[in-house]
Design a protein around this ligand. Structure first.
Ligand SMILES: *Cc1c(COP(=O)(O)O)cnc(C)c1O
Length: 223
């Protein structure tokens, strides 16, 4: 596995405007360091414990993104350092993130996760849940979180029509929310969609952040 070469190939393929989050879950720290030495410093993890452990052991100029389902009682472990939380899926979680951000005297950047896949298992909000949050009184009191955009995961399928349709729906929701709730807020500009198998479709649909693991590090071993 030539990690530097995989990174090079991927970067050649991605437009300059699209940011790459290298998904390091299950991979050992020496492999992550190979990527780091190849010049890549934006990493993503989907579990709090693994994220916090790797943060503590690895160089502090790595930007760590939380991309997996996040429980409110675990926010405190990542609040001091997390650079972007992709997976905010409730008003309560947003409130907790704000509280922990205050304790750490910082503003934490977040994305709202929209459920676009047909699978029951995927987390995320419905469009109406998002508008309800953005209209709520509570939301306007949360001064230590910043919503930078939306995140979504497409259905796990070979049917590219379904995946394309889901990404297009996510992009449409993004533009609608931007026009209605974020007109004076240029920082609402991120659309996190696309993984190893579907990032090309995601980029075509307007992705600004892709989250890629297998194409960089190879298959994951969950044992
Ligand atoms: C694991 C994971 C990815 C990356 O998956 P690959 O198929 O290995 O690229 C992206 N996003 C989330 C939320 C993940 O959990």
């Amino acid at each position: 596995m030539d990690i530097a070469k995989n990174l090079e190939i991927l970067k050649t393929d991605l437009p300059d405007s699209v940011k790459l989050v290298a998904v390091t879950k299950t991979h050992p720290e020496d492999l992550i360091m190979q990527l780091y030495h190849a010049g890549h410093k934006i990493m993503g993890e989907n579990k709090v414990q693994e994220l916090a452990g790797k943060y503590h052991n690895l160089p502090k100029d790595i930007q760590w993104h939380m991309i997996g389902h996040l429980q409110s009682n675990k926010v405190k472990y990542i609040a001091p350092f997390v650079s972007l939380i992709h997976s905010v899926d409730s008003a309560g979680l947003l409130e907790t993130i704000n509280k922990e951000a205050i304790k750490n005297n910082r503003v934490i950047d977040c994305l709202l996760q929209l459920r676009i896949a047909r699978e029951e298992t995927k987390y995320g909000l419905q469009y109406e849940d998002i508008t309800a949050i953005l209209q709520s009184q509570l939301f306007h009191k949360l001064n230590n979180i910043k919503i930078l955009g939306l995140m979504g995961m497409a259905t796990f399928t070979d049917d590219t029509d379904i995946v394309r349709e889901e990404f297009n729906y996510l992009a449409m929701c993004f533009w609608k929310l931007k026009g209605q709730y974020f007109t004076e807020k240029p920082y609402f500009c991120e659309l996190s969609m696309g993984m190893s198998d579907d990032y090309k479709l995601a980029v075509e649909a307007g992705s600004t952040i892709v989250r890629i693991g297998s194409l960089i590090f190879g298959e994951r071993n969950y044992k």
